[in-house]
Design a protein around this ligand. Structure first.
Ligand code: HAM
Length: 467
């Protein structure tokens, strides 16, 4: 009897639990499915505003940017890492700052099935630091260099160079606060952009001071702003004047710009250590012939920066002109619960770089293998596989069609060489090799095809051509 009662009680609790889950967790989905989703509905589903699909040739440009980064940053001892797209909301609120536009207005935040607040990363730095703190590297006392690339999410008004899902190439160096570290990061960014073929860019740089000199400057700026007619500031800056006064300095609205032009500047308030550090960074840039411009109004939209901050600007892509931005964030690792490790990094906006890199194309395929008789299909497949194994890029046609139509397909694919196998070639152990640019065709034995294609194999990063 006692056992039955216990079983009844367990079953009742279990049923109540299922009811609760169904009502609170699954019900929004269930409601959606019963009202709106019907399997018989064949209408097309459109993509979300501000989100984009990337196909070649656009996607090729993204591969080019990532591959160039991968190759170049490895020379500076950077290691590529992968971190989650989804993080606890608190991570971004505590690092980027509660008062920033990103946290206030732009994050994709939602509750998971257990009611935890999660956010699609609006940038990578916070996630990299969270991962670094979780890793043994943070306690090693060594310099750590990380590179990561991938999608970020910000609910901004979409326009040219601004998307809601966009992509960044992101770099962080942790464990060194000397100006040499800043110099290395900045010169690597500059070389990267040059390696992409971008030479008409402008680097703007500023120092935001440190925990020692910044509070004094903030207090002075707050006092200056409080003494103004509040209507001279935009509504956002009326709020910022109290909560985050430095942001007023890089507001784009006309009234705020006029105010900023009369405001005190952080560069005049740097402590001796920050001044010496900044001067040294600028000297390194000069030594590397990096054409920088001092911009005392450059504040950046994320609260974690200290000392060196910078942006790279292009005059050729319209209003959203910053193709890269970054800076030093000493104190952030500690503020997120880790050891007191300094850091500096940057992120390049791939959508904006892509606007400047429209003429990148992937190297044409090395070969297209046209099969002219069904019996030759097997042999053709073995040969194709062998060539790919040797590093050649190519494809074979799966349908037996006329020579004319196969050559037309090969031409459309912009291949250098068309290989042809029919019954005669099958019997004779040969392949016809046709150079698509000259039209010259010759028969070679199947063993010699690699040689006929040319042994000039390139690494993947050399796989792109500027047009
Ligand atoms: P950020 O300036 O917010 O910095 O973003 C870096 C770059 O991402 C921008 O310069 C821009 O090219 C691109 N970007 C930002 N928002 C969008 C958007 N909505 N659409 C297209 N591109 C966009 C950061 O994210 C910092 N985490 C950089 C950093 C790394 N600082 C230190 N380490």
């Amino acid at each position: 009897m006692g056992l039955d009662l216990r079983r009844f009680a367990v079953r009742t609790v279990y049923r109540l639990l299922l009811n609760y889950i169904d009502k609170n967790v699954y019900s929004p989905l269930t409601r959606l499915s019963s009202r709106r989703i019907q399997r018989s509905d064949m209408s097309r589903i459109s993509k979300i505003k501000g989100f984009f699909d990337l196909f070649p040739p656009e996607s090729t440009v993204y591969v080019f940017m990532e591959e160039t980064a991968r190759q170049m940053f490895a020379r500076y001892a950077y290691q590529e890492i992968k971190i989650p797209i989804l993080e606890q909301t608190e991570l971004f609120a505590r690092s980027i700052g509660l008062e920033t536009d990103v946290v206030q207005k732009e994050m994709y935040t939602f509750q998971d099935r257990k009611g935890r607040s999660l956010t699609m990363r609006p940038e990578a730095t916070a996630g990299v630091i969270r991962a670094y703190i979780d890793s043994p590297a943070s306690g090693s006392g060594n310099v750590s260099r990380y590179f990561t690339a991938g999608p970020m999410f910000r609910y901004e008004r979409p326009q040219k160079g601004r998307a809601r899902q966009f992509h960044q190439v992101n770099v962080e160096m942790l464990g060194e606060d000397s100006a040499f570290a800043d110099g290395e990061v900045l010169s690597m960014l500059w070389s990267y952009l040059q390696n992409l073929g971008l030479h008409k860019l402008n680097m703007q740089i500023n120092s935001l001071g440190c925990a020692k000199c910044r509070p004094k400057f903030d207090a002075g700026l707050r006092k200056f702003l409080a003494g103004l007619d509040q209507n001279s500031l935009c509504t956002d800056c009326q709020r910022r004047a109290m909560s985050n006064p430095m942001r007023v300095l890089d507001c784009k609205s006309q009234g705020c710009r006029e105010v900023a032009s009369k405001a005190p500047l952080i560069l005049d308030s740097l402590c001796t250590e920050c001044r010496v550090h900044f001067r040294h960074v600028l000297e390194i840039l000069e030594n590397f012939n990096i054409d920088y411009e001092l911009n005392p109004y450059l504040v950046r939209g994320l609260d974690y920066y200290q000392r060196t901050t910078f942006e790279v600007i292009s005059a050729d892509i319209g209003a959203q002109s910053a193709v890269a931005g970054g800076g030093r964030y000493d104190g952030l690792v500690r503020d997120l619960g880790g050891p007191d490790v300094p850091g500096i990094g940057f992120a390049c906006g791939m959508e904006r770089l892509a606007l400047l890199l429209q003429n990148i194309q992937e190297r044409p395929l090395d070969f297209y293998l046209a099969v002219l008789h069904q019996d030759a299909m097997e042999k053709a497949m073995i040969l194709t596989q062998r060539l790919r194994g040797k590093g050649f890029h190519g494809e074979m046609g799966f349908q037996v069609k006329s020579i004319k139509s196969q050559l037309r397909s090969a031409n459309k694919k912009n291949v250098k060489t068309c290989l042809l196998i029919g019954l005669d070639e099958l019997k004779g152990g040969q392949v016809q090799v046709k150079d698509m640019s000259t039209g010259v065709q010759r028969a070679v034995s199947q063993e010699d095809v690699e040689q006929a294609l040319g042994l000039n194999l390139k690494s993947r990063a050399e796989n792109f051509v500027h047009h």
